[in-house]
Write a protein that binds this ligand. Structure first.
Ligand code: MOS
Length: 740
């Protein structure tokens, strides 16, 4: 029996540490003599500070310093053009840089005291006089000032049009044209952002909540003019992030600033309210117009999106591009514009852009299916794309038909009565909707290190992150299987800049990227052991053919005769070797990338029940069928999809940050008014992973499951709401007032 862990539902290796409280999150690190910081946020949206009086705060016993733009100056980054790894084009926000206010909630002062409570109290004593300027935060009112979204942000590609969509639309027999609106959303992971910075003997150690320790290391090095080697960032556990931890957040800057100046350890965290001041999923408005011939062949696709950004950075995400790839169509016109407003730069949030674009496009497909009087699933199959028409390339693999088929079967789609308002239970109108999802299967260059000790234990390390996605677990599985060890003999470590460099954990690329590096480094160790086995006198494989060796459960044995074997430990002893250490790099295959498009896909089926009198929408069932290549761990992968579906339900029905345009400020900046689903809002969710073999995408054949689960959900729910009620709600979230 060969050791086999890949593809098995292994429970989280970090599960025990998490449920027993021994897993340490950023704020849990306690350091002797720590000072506490409290951040003061701007109360106006635009203008400048005329004066900032900190004297009362400073007079408090135990307050050490109040940092403001008046006493923070000369930092190296003020003279260089620096961008973090996830920065869009433009000029990143610089905390405490000058007297200018560019958004409401902007950090304007940092109070440092012996206790957190004292710092918070002292912050209330600071008097700031502002001179306000006119501002605008309303996307819809400023559409006239839109400009083309520039390239430059990681993962962003300009949309490409083809054919003549205007003409085809004019000519076509069946058509639809609608606008779709999305409100803003803010990240609200359970764990708030927190940083502890320690400056000791010319070295900086930082405990931070982040999706990328290296990104923070480079940022701090550049901002404060420190050598990267003198900056160590540690982040072993992250209590949820999904985009909020991609860019260094401003508490990191604040904690390091104070630690360097005061030469004491400093802890700075953001409050729940301040979580609403560092970026959000942007407000967008989209126009989609589709046309088809009588047999349901798509004749044209027009999709344009307008999205908000700050005045200082051009935040971009892929909203409309998917509409050019998803279906066969010769005439496609895509457009993506930004509008600069007086707010902070938006930030990536799970499946950035795709969630927004798929909701509009998949609703539009449903609308046109009704025009055609065709079943919306049959309409999609009719226009199924076997090739990526945008790039003129085949997909490395695409089992979306299997997603439609297996999902529809599980859901019972054929029992659907196509007429709106045709299915009910008492005063509950029942609706069924379907939508499609796609996401890029990225791979980024990554490094990993292996250390195999004489006790037979293997430690693999890579400076990646586990934001709850299961990185610890799947990397342990990959290592154990690649080297033929028992899983209990393998430990995977992450979240430390002393480890080999890894990309940000984002874009659903960690399994493919870091996983390939882990596999690669284990294969290097295996080669060393193989060489040792055939070169060491006394080894049962001395002078044997290396192809006859097989690795299993910590033993090396003959493929033809398993009684001929030696344990790895005994071989190392025999060879007089105490440990084997290897580091290796893995990256995407550029030739394959040129020849193929790598996408994951999903089909989402949703059932809603709508209270006819009250307009309350409940999502009673969701089936999400996913094609994402090899599934490394069906248990953790299923959890990823479940989480995506829950967030999709939230997006469709609950979440929205409401901006008060009079003040330029988000009003509902707390969890009582920023609605997220509770347990009772979530009912049956069925996850299906369809078989998808892909030898091209990467050595592991994996495509990532972090984002694909959320993408189609809002579209499927919106379509189900129409089917239930006959009301087409195109403005998310779908609240009861819009349904009635
Ligand atoms: Mo994800 S939005 O790339 O953390």
């Amino acid at each position: 029996m060969k050791t086999q862990y890949i593809g098995k539902p292994v429970s989280r290796v970090d599960g025990l540490a998490k449920v027993t409280g021994t897993a340490k999150y950023s704020a849990d690190f306690k350091v002797e003599g720590t000072l506490y910081g409290y951040i003061v946020s701007s109360s106006i949206a635009k203008g400048k500070m005329i004066s900032i009086d900190t004297s009362q705060a400073m007079a408090q016993k135990g307050v050490l310093q109040v940092f403001t733009h008046e006493n923070v100056s000369g930092l190296p980054w003020f003279s260089i053009k620096y961008k973090d790894m996830d920065a869009p084009t433009g000029s990143p926000f610089r905390p405490l840089h000058d007297d200018k206010i560019v958004y409401s909630g902007q950090p304007v002062a940092l109070v440092i005291a012996e206790t957190f409570e004292l710092a918070r109290y002292a912050s209330s004593l600071i008097e700031i006089a502002y001179q306000e300027e006119a501002f605008t935060t309303d996307l819809i009112k400023n559409l006239g000032k839109s400009y083309k979204a520039p390239s430059g942000k990681i993962g962003f590609v300009q949309p490409k049009s083809r054919g003549d969509a205007e003409d085809a639309y004019e000519q076509a027999e069946f058509k639809m044209s609608s606008s779709y609106q999305h409100g803003a959303e803010h990240h609200n992971p359970m764990e708030l952002f927190s940083t502890t910075a320690i400056w000791e003997n010319g070295k900086l150690t930082v405990y931070d909540k982040t999706q990328g320790v290296s990104n923070c290391q480079f940022y701090i090095g550049n901002v404060f003019g420190l050598a990267y080697k003198d900056v160590r960032i540690i982040s072993p556990y992250v209590g949820g992030a999904f985009g909020s931890g991609l860019r260094p957040q401003y508490q990191l800057f604040m904690a390091v600033l104070a630690a360097l100046e005061l030469k004491r350890p400093v802890k700075v965290g953001l409050t729940r309210q301040q979580m609403f001041t560092f970026g959000h999923r942007p407000v967008t408005t989209q126009n989609v117009a589709l046309s088809a011939s009588a047999d349901g062949t798509l004749e044209s696709i027009k999709h344009e999106a307008f999205s908000e950004t700050s005045r200082f950075e051009n935040y971009t995400e892929i909203i409309v591009n998917w509409s050019g790839t998803m279906y066969n169509c010769d005439h496609v016109k895509l457009k993506y514009d930004l509008v600069g407003l007086d707010m902070y730069t938006p930030v990536d949030m799970r499946a950035p852009g795709a969630v927004t674009g798929a909701h509009a496009m998949e609703s539009a497909m449903d609308e046109l299916a009704y025009e055609l009087k065709m079943d919306p699933l049959i309409f999609r199959l009719k226009n199924y794309a076997d090739e990526d028409q945008t790039e003129g390339k085949p997909f490395s693999s695409k089992e979306l038909i299997a997603c439609y088929r297996e999902g529809a079967e599980k859901f019972g789609w054929t029992k659907r009565n196509v007429e709106p308002r045709s299915m009910r239970e008492g005063n509950q109108l029942i609706g069924w909707g379907v939508a499609t999802a796609a996401w890029d299967a990225f791979q980024m260059p990554s490094r990993a290190k292996a250390l195999l000790s004489i006790d037979g234990k293997l430690v693999i390390s890579s400076g990646t992150s586990d934001i709850g996605t299961g990185t610890y677990t799947i990397m342990t599985q990959i290592a154990a299987e690649s080297l033929g060890l028992k899983i209990d003999d393998v430990t995977f470590k992450l979240g430390d800049t002393n480890m080999p460099i890894a990309p940000l954990e984002g874009g659903s690329w960690t399994a493919a990227s870091v996983g390939s590096a882990v596999k690669g480094v284990c294969e290097d160790v295996k080669k060393k052991l193989t060489k040792m086995a055939v070169k060491t006198e006394g080894s049962p494989f001395y002078r044997a053919d290396k192809h006859d060796l097989s690795f299993d459960s910590g033993y090396i044995s003959d493929v033809n005769d398993s009684s001929r074997n030696i344990s790895i430990v005994n071989l190392m002893r025999l060879a007089g070797v105490n440990s084997i250490e290897e580091t290796s790099t893995s990256g995407p295959n550029p030739l394959n990338k040129m020849k193929y498009t790598f996408n994951s896909h999903a089909a989402v089926f949703a059932e809603v029940k709508v209270d006819e009198d009250l307009g309350i929408v409940r999502v009673t069932r969701v089936v999400c069928a996913v094609a994402a290549g090899k599934i490394l761990n069906p248990k953790t992968a299923r959890s990823q999809i479940l989480g995506g579906v829950v967030w999709g339900i939230s997006k469709a029905l609950k979440e929205e940050s409401k901006m008060d345009h009079q003040y330029g400020r988000f009003m509902n900046h707390n969890l009582s008014e920023y609605h997220v689903p509770v347990n009772k809002d979530i009912n049956d969710i069925e996850v299906i992973f369809v078989e998808e073999k892909d030898d091209i995408v990467n050595p592991l054949g994996v495509k990532g499951v972090g984002e694909i689960g959320i993408i189609g959900v809002a579209g499927a729910i919106a379509n189900a709401v129409f089917h239930a009620t006959g009301v087409r709600v195109r403005n998310l979230p779908i609240t009861m007032d819009k349904v009635l």
